[in-house]
Write a protein that binds this ligand. Structure first.
Ligand code: TTP
Ligand code: MG
Length: 607
């Protein structure tokens, strides 16, 4: 135990001093793309298979690996090494995405936080589940499922040995379920933190699992040949470390902390040192649904509008498949272009986005669809945005086109939501945030980054929505007022959701208004987002002014209205009387945005 105190020696380990309260599982699918292909075509199971993208074999099954086929090998080299290699084209990532989502969804059934890492890796924090199981077992009888990196020494006083053993049993259950239900073999790593769980995972590949006890972290880490084996050490950090003559993890363990403080900040130096000993307190970032769903197509050069249109059309078809799988209704569409500047020999990206009408999408039997009419509407929106990005009176050269749905309707909103107030579930969504960010012209956007900053949508899947404890009472009450049964209220088909739904024609009016005002503005736009907000509030005003009754507009269902509590009725009446009172002056778009979630938006006319 002489290596345990960092202060007494720079090569010391933290073993025994670090905190071991968590139980983390890391699961990695064996030869992922190859397994997807083997499940699709079982004849491939008995032959060496390589998955090809362009001229590279991105992965291969374990049969092929016996011949020395490695990931990212050139096809020519792979075929030389294994002349019988069966090559499968893996350029369409869709089947892999579907499989990846199925695995993720299955892992969520344990009700523990799951963090998806890339397509074939998942972290699962089973701390709470393990703590429940600990109470039910005799710690002496608990055994390790799979392998342990080293045999457990004296039981750690915090009880982590038993917990990690139980976690290994959970990992085994998860792997069995993935295999039995989806057909994939996997590897798992079990440890008290993410770093060790990930690093120990491939110890017994394929189709097996490994556990590491905290006291072996230091010695295990010292076996790693390169600092690059540590996931959070990238190219730049490793270069800086190499300049200090630090190559292996063992070198990093032994270096004096003050030496690390020369190229790195104090915090970073401490973090690097801790990582080298296998210490990592990074929490799991529970994976939610993506903020945006997009696709890009890159090419050498496209300079003709008709070709751009063809490429957008192909992208749109694929994007529709993705959004159908996702199931959420998009309310915003973004077009991205990469323009080549021939003079400067450089290129840059430009994006524009606009709101789209939810009526483009339909839901039948719980599945999202885009009928043909909706597809052509989307296509004309795409080309309208394109026309705004490219001056067609001049030559243009594009090297990339991209499409993304960037915002989605809240399937169920928070406590204050009218939708939540009125019903359990609603298959046709009724809420549209009129103050979503709109056109982001002239700014470069990182497409892959899913632009969280540009999205204000809360991506809540049904599973993530906590039912409001007050709901049953309210449902009863509404049912009584409307002479409907409880079931009727809970069923969107029976409830006349149309009366609460945002009218598609009005929505188009909103978009048109916005687009027209863009066309009208010939001067440079200082703040497109601000302009958009003003347009949106104009539209709200238009809709309200279109009414022919003094306080309650004609399109409002009196029955629904009368079922509301008095204070809500008063609030609505006040807003209808004076629409601007619900919107702050245009000069203050920020405040406007904050106020956007007014009750008024639930009372827009339907067809
Ligand atoms: P990995 O998990 O690295 O590889 P793998 O699952 O194929 O094999 P292993 O049994 O060693 O885990 O990557 C997951 C998938 O990602 C892989 O099947 C193919 C794809 N991939 C690429 O597209 N490009 C790459 O450079 C790598 C390494 C993988
Ligand atoms: Mg894998």
């Amino acid at each position: 135990m002489e290596e345990q105190n960092m202060e007494s020696s720079s090569s010391s380990c933290f073993d025994g001093y670090s905190e071991h309260s968590r139980s983390i599982i890391h699961i990695d699918i064996d030869c992922f793309y190859a397994q997807v292909e083997m499940i699709r075509n079982p004849e491939l199971r008995s032959v060496p298979v390589g998955v090809q993208q362009k001229n590279i074999v991105v992965t291969s099954n374990y049969e092929a690996r016996k011949f020395g086929i490695q990931k990212c090998m050139l096809v020519t080299d792979a075929v030389k090494a294994c002349p019988n290699l069966k090559l499968v084209n893996g350029e369409d990532l869709q089947p892999y995405r579907i499989a990846s989502n199925k695995i993720f969804t299955l892992l969520q059934t344990w009700k523990c936080p799951v963090e998806k890492l890339g397509m074939d890796e998942n972290f699962i924090d089973v701390t709470n589940l393990v703590q429940e199981r600990v109470k039910m077992v005799d710690s002496k009888s608990v055994t390790v499922a799979g392998h342990a990196y080293k045999v457990a020494s004296v039981e750690c006083i915090c009880g982590c040995h038993t917990r990690l053993k139980l976690a290994s049993q959970l990992a085994s259950e998860m792997r069995s379920k993935i295999f039995n239900e989806l057909g994939f073999t996997t590897c798992a790593g079990v440890a008290h933190n993410k770093l060790l769980a990930k690093l120990i995972c491939p110890l017994h590949k394929p189709n097996d699992q490994s556990l590491i006890f905290p006291e072996h972290a230091c010695s295990f880490m010292s076996t790693l040949p390169s600092v690059r084996c540590i996931p959070s050490i990238g190219a730049k950090t490793s270069e800086a470390l190499m300049s200090l003559n630090i190559h292996s993890v063992s070198d990093l363990q032994q270096v004096a902390p003050e030496i690390l403080q020369k190229p790195f900040s104090g915090d970073m130096a401490v973090r690097l040192k801790k990582l080298s000993f296998g210490e990592d307190n990074t929490p799991l970032k529970q994976t939610g649904r993506p903020l945006s769903i997009g696709l890009e197509d890159s090419f050498k050069t496209v300079s003709v509008k008709s070709e751009v249109e063809e490429r957008f059309s192909a992208l749109l078809q694929r994007l529709i498949v993705l959004v159908r799988e996702d199931g959420r209704i998009p309310v915003s569409l973004r077009v991205t272009l990469r323009k080549k500047d021939a003079k400067r020999l450089s290129s840059h990206r430009e994006s524009r986005q606009c709101q789209i009408s939810p009526s483009i999408f339909t839901i039948s039997n719980g599945s999202l669809n885009v009928p043909e009419a909706g597809q052509s509407k989307l296509m004309s929106t795409v080309m309208r945005l394109f026309n705004k990005l490219v001056d067609l009176t001049k030559p243009f050269h594009l090297t990339l086109v991209g499409l993304a749905f960037t915002k989605f309707q809240d399937r169920m909103t928070g406590r204050g939501s009218m939708v939540n107030y009125l019903m359990n579930d609603i298959s046709v969504q009724s809420v549209l945030n009129l103050t979503n960010d709109c056109d982001t012209s002239g700014c470069s956007m990182d497409y892959s980054a899913a632009s969280p900053s540009s999205s204000t949508t809360t991506d809540l899947s049904d599973a993530e929505v906590e039912p409001s404890p007050k709901k049953p009472k309210k449902v009863n009450w509404i049912a009584k007022r409307r002479c409907l049964s409880k079931e009727d209220v809970a069923s969107p088909s029976k409830l006349r959701v149309g009366e609460l739904r945002l009218n598609s024609r009005e929505l188009e009016k909103v978009s048109e208004l916005r687009l027209n005002s863009r066309d009208r503005s010939l001067t440079p736009r200082a703040s497109p987002a601000r302009e958009c907000l003003s347009d949106a509030s104009d539209s709200m005003k238009d809709i309200a002014e279109g009414s022919n009754c003094d306080s309650c507009p004609g399109y409002v269902d009196q029955e629904v209205f009368s079922a509301l509590p008095g204070d809500m009725q008063q609030e609505l009446k006040a807003m209808w009387k004076n629409p601007s009172s619900s919107e702050v002056p245009r000069s203050s778009p920020r405040t406007n945005k904050a106020k956007s979630n007014t009750i008024l938006k639930y009372f827009l006319p339907n067809k």
